[in-house]
Write a protein that binds this ligand. Sequence first.
Ligand code: NAD
Ligand code: UDP
Length: 318
Amino acid sequence: MRILVTGGAGFLGSHLCERLLGAGHEVICLDNLFTGRKANIAHLLDDHNFEFVRHDIVDGFKAEVDQIYNLACPASPVHYQFNPIKTVKTSVMGAINVLGLAKRVKARVLQASTSEVYGDPSVHPQEESYWGNVNPIGIRSCYDEGKRVAETLFFDYHRQHGIEIRVIRIFNTYGPRMHPKDGRVVSNFIVQALNNDPITIYGEGQQTRSFCYRDDLIEGMIRLMDNQIGYTGPCNIGNPGEFTIRELAEKVIALTGSKSKLVFEPLPSDDPKQRKPDITQARENLGWEPTVALEEGLKKTIAYFDDLLKSGGGDYPD
Ligand code: NAD
Ligand code: UDP
């Protein structure tokens, strides 16, 4: 198949491109390089089945493809809050553009949605039937509401035009190739620990997250896209292991043997207090469940950041 991956030069997108090429597909990677980097896909550029297009998904795009994975959107709160209006445009106009393309070329299209559609959840663990608790005017809403409208558009295109859609709700995912200044908790803590710098816990660190290793996530995403039973989702893909942020910090310190101390900084507004996926749907419809425990995934991620920092950090601009 010929497959378009928007956001293909990012953390998850570049791994997805790799997996799809490995399975023998042609891949067009479209990215504006806002948070993605050419270095993430440098090793793919010589593959004759791979093409990189520098383009902003807010503007329409034409390509003859069989499938579209729509991942274009900054994922870290630091990055999506940098230009919140642009974040909304990326999610909403990006969704309209990929859906329009899917309609024209009759492609199947997958939306990378997020556990953030549940906001600060009052139901725990979160199952797909839960409608969420999102502050529509808060600092996270550019991301949360953008992704919620994107889901709406996907289901409206499906109902109105019969477009084949898939919607994955991704829970916190981490792993090698994260940007050291990405700003998300796993990369922050590991880089701080390796440098023996203070570990910055926002709030008291009692909020929880469920961390999924990137290979498990990519496997679930491909299974959702390729399922032939017509299961559209929305489908939670995440690791149901739930940890407080303080527990995560302590694990990272133990695994790195770091001398870092914990420091406590203000909790950003609307920061969800708890998050854990119910993955019954993924188990039943896709036969999927995570295989990499947090400690094992952290060890691999620590090894990656350790190499990166020892080699001077690669081409990682601020
Ligand atoms: P990332 O920031 O590494 O990747 C996003 C990619 O999209 C980058 O390469 C960026 O340059 C590109 N991009 C951003 N705006 C664009 C635009 N307007 N036009 C074209 N390209 C654009 O983040 P990631 O972790 O790889 O996330 C990928 C997708 O998965 C995102 O849609 C994100 O919302 C979703 N997601 C990720 C997580 C996670 O924990 N990693 C959780 C929930 C959802
Ligand atoms: N967090 C933290 N210290 C950091 C970065 C994040 O305590 O240096 C907290 C953040 O407040 C949130 C959790 O870790 O409660 C996960 O944050 P992240 O940005 O990784 O993702 P989120 O799930 O909030 O989108």
